[in-house]
Design a protein around this ligand. Structure first.
Ligand code: SF4
Length: 202
């Protein structure tokens, strides 16, 4: 994997790329982008949780909307607030060396916020999520990221048992919407893609 090529391709596509050797450095950079008083939305990202970014922002006084910290009955309200915050922080299920971002969602709260409604977006992506092609990125999302997420969320899907995708139609399926982000949209003012030189999340 050629990191310089990835960063160059991200920039050509209109993203604001950055690279740090460690997730810790990447997290400090992300927090430095967000001003006092700005609000932040986020989904249930293992990467973001493992880096303690939301906790740092809460302690700093930023308003943070993340459904993973509230009961199921309150989630739809938090989804709406997260989707209209000043910033949205997420990882991705995969990024291609060509600079495209692939995400698969169950409730689509994350992908909808990434497509429209939030003007400033930050992706933090560990090197384990870099795929050579778009086909490999989608394969990774379905056969690496989603089975582990299904298991973590106690979903009754075949992938949670076998560790690979069976293209299920299960009521518990969390592959309801797949997005490929080729460029920032006109409505968005800043879309940062922060790559870390270590494995983060899945
Ligand atoms: S389609 Fe079903 S089996 Fe395949 S990864 Fe998604 S939830 Fe798992």
């Amino acid at each position: 994997m050629d990191t310089q090529k990835l960063l160059k391709n991200l920039k050509t596509r209109g993203f604001i790329p950055a690279y740090f050797e460690s997730g810790k450095e990447a997290a400090a950079y992300v927090c430095s982008l967000i001003a006092d008083g700005e609000s932040v939305g986020s989904g249930g990202s293992v990467t973001i949780t493992s880096l303690g970014i939301l906790q740092t922002l809460v302690e700093r006084g930023n308003k943070v909307y993340s459904h993973s910290t509230v009961p199921e009955s309150e989630r739809s309200v938090v989804y709406q607030k997260a989707g209209s915050a000043d910033w949205y922080i997420t990882s991705a299920n995969a990024v291609t060396e060509g600079g495209e971002l692939v995400n698969i969602d169950g409730a689509a709260n994350r992908v909808s916020a990434l497509c429209f409604g939030v003007k400033k977006i930050i992706y933090i992506i560990g090197k384990n999520k870099i795929a050579p092609t778009l086909e490999a990125a989608i394969y990774r999302a379905k056969n690496v990221a989603t089975p582990l997420n299904a298991k973590r969320l106690n979903k009754k899907t075949p992938c949670a048992v076998t560790g690979r995708c069976h293209d299920c139609n299960s009521p518990d399926c969390i592959c309801n919407v797949t997005t490929i982000t080729h460029h920032p949209t006109k409505y968005q003012t800043e879309v940062h893609v922060v790559i870390a030189g270590e494995d983060l999340g899945y």
